[in-house]
Every structure is written in C-alpha cells, then in structure tokens.
Design a protein around this ligand. Structure first.
Ligand code: ATP
Ligand code: MG
Length: 306
C-alpha cells in the first residue's frame, strides 16, 4: 500500500497568510509519525486537512487513498482523533457523552455499552462512568478523549498534543497505550512540544516551521544530522567565558536560554578537554537530543508567529 497519508505540495492559506505552505510528506501504514514545530507552525492545520475539517487551498492530500476534501465520510469511519482541545460536553456524564459519540460514529447499538466499558477500563476511568464531565480533572478529560477516539477501532489515530498539561504519571500511562496501539498495527500521527515524547514514541518525524517541512527523518537520524555530539550546559558564572571561547571555533555550537549557555561539540573527549583546559564547571553534560535539533532548526524564529 502506498502512504496511509500522502501530501503533495499541500497549501492552506488564510487570506494572504499560508499556514501550510507547500508540504510534501508520506506517512506509512503501521508507523508512529511525529509532527514537531513551534507554536503556529501549521501542525494542527495540517491535521485538520487530513480529515476534511480544514479545506486545502492547493496541492493534494489523500488518506487511505481518499480525498478528504470530498470523501471525508470514508476517512472519518476509519480514523480517530484526539483533538488539541478536548471538546467534551460539560453538562453530560462520561457515559452519556460516550453513548452520544458512539451513536454519532455509527457503532452498532448492541455493541456500544460493552465497547465503552472496555475502553473506560483501558484508560483507568471505569470509576468515573457516571460522573459529570465538569467534575473530571484535566488528565481524566484527556484520557476520556482517548476513549472517544478509540470507540470506532480506528486504523489511523491522530493525536494533537495528547499529553500537554498532564502530570508525568498520566503521560507515561498514555505513552504505554500509544505503544500498545502501535504494536497492534494502528498507524499513529502525533504532534507534541515534548521532544522526549517524540523520541520515545515516533518511528519517524518531521519538523514544521512557518508552514514548511524543514527536516524529516528518524529521531536518531535527525540528531546525527543536525545536532550530533555532546552538550555541556554552563551557568551564569561561566557563560561569558564560554561565549568568548566559542568565537573562533567552528566545531563548537552555542545556544543560550534562561537556564544557561549550551555548548555542543562532536565528541565527549573534546567537550571534556574544552572545559577542563579553561577551568570551566559545566552544570550538566549530556548526549545531544531532539531538543537540540529543534532549537537548531527553529530556534531563531521560535516566537515569531506564535
Ligand atoms: N481559522 C484560521 N484563520 C486564520 N488563521 C488561522 C486559522 N487557523 C490557524 N490559523 C493560523 O495558522 C497558523 C498555524 O496554526 P496551527 O494551529 O496549525 O499551528 P500549530 O503548529 O498547530 O501550533 P500550536 O503548536 O500552537 O498548536 C497560525 O499562525 C494560526 O494563527
Ligand atoms: Mg496545534
């Protein structure tokens, strides 16, 4: 089968502004595919175009071989979405809410109750079955949105920032579920601002910036290509000196934020030599990760259009 989702020169414009600006990508059956990128990069707009809630301006996109512009019914039948905002009806109970949705997606009447109970159990929400939505915590609502997305046994699961605002325990619970679903053959598309989450879950990913794909690969491949090596993080006391020393050195990549100055070099021995020779005391030494890739590719414009 060709791509589960195939986009070619895909564009979404709002007036003169192109939120998605000529995107080519192919998401393969069975993989967990990540969409990374700063606020406003175009991730949710891209996702909206996969199931027809956002109409494209130009280019092509197919999902299961269907055109979401004209065949969104066929697509929605086989896809589940955890939207960025929960969009649950506060006035109903958990069970009522799921029953309405089960009817909406056409789940056979006789199966609805059992399927809802099964999924509430799966997401550790069985005890909340008769609770009004407004009494649930943020983490419970997020898990309930997963239940909703899974009701129709989707082949393709789209997760738009599934773990934003969740505590580490709930986040790990959801990571476990995503891995299980992926192992059972579900194709997963995920957006996240947590680089560690992308590293843990994604087989491949793209980085969006300003509506364009600026990098594509496996987490490891992207790290090797865009930010290989080791990073030393230096505090205020050493920051100025590190900056001055980095001036004439093409092999030392610097990044700064409020927590310190980050100096990356290709190998650990070289990093060690650098700080011992100059009497510097790094706060932390670590292998480079996707966060370094992200900042390298998008850092300069991070807050431009957020
Ligand atoms: N309906 C709309 N009308 C006008 N502009 C829009 C509309 N929807 C999105 N945009 C703009 O398109 C750009 C991309 O938005 P989008 O929601 O796709 O970003 P995102 O990558 O999902 O960001 P975030 O990480 O904050 O969720 C933003 O500048 C946003 O303001
Ligand atoms: Mg978004």
């Amino acid at each position: 089968m060709k791509g589960m989702i195939t986009a070619k020169s895909l564009v979404k414009a709002f007036g003169d502004f192109r939120a998605v600006d000529g995107v080519d990508l192919e998401i393969r059956p069975g993989e967990c595919f990540g969409l990374l990128g700063p606020n406003g990069a175009g991730k949710s707009t891209f996702i909206g175009m996969t199931y027809g809630i956002v109409q494209r301006t130009a280019g092509d996109i197919t999902v299961f071989g269907f055109d979401p512009g004209t065949q969104s019914r066929e697509i929605k039948r086989r896809l589940g979405v955890v939207t960025q905002d929960n969009a649950l009806d506060d006035s109903l109970t958990v069970h009522e809410n799921m029953m309405i949705y089960a009817a909406f997606i056409g789940l056979p009447t006789g199966e609805r109750k059992a399927r809802i109970d099964e999924l509430l159990g799966y997401m550790n929400l069985a005890h909340k079955k008769d609770a009004p939505i407004r009494t649930l915590s943020g983490g419970m609502k997020r898990r309930l949105v997963f239940v909703r997305a899974l009701l129709g046994r989707p082949e393709l699961l789209i997760l738009d920032e599934p773990t934003t605002g969740l505590d580490p325990a709930v986040r790990h619970l959801l990571w476990g579920k995503v891995k299980e679903l992926r192992q059972a053959g579900t194709t997963i598309v995920l957006t996240t601002h947590y680089m560690h989450e992308a590293e843990v879950l994604c087989d491949r990913l793209v980085v969006f910036n300003g509506g364009k794909v600026v990098a594509e690969g496996t987490p490891r491949g992207l790290i090797e290509k865009h930010a290989p090596g080791f990073v030393g993080i230096f505090g205020a006391a050493d920051g100025g000196k590190v900056r001055a020393l980095a001036e004439g050195r093409g092999d030392l990549h610097l990044h700064e934020d409020t927590s310190g100055v980050y100096a990356r070099v290709a190998d650990l021995a070289e990093l060690t030599r650098f700080y011992t020779e100059h009497g510097l005391a790094p706060l932390q030494i670590r292998p480079s990760n996707l966060e370094d890739v992200f900042l390298q590719l998008t850092g300069k414009e991070l807050s431009a259009d957020a």
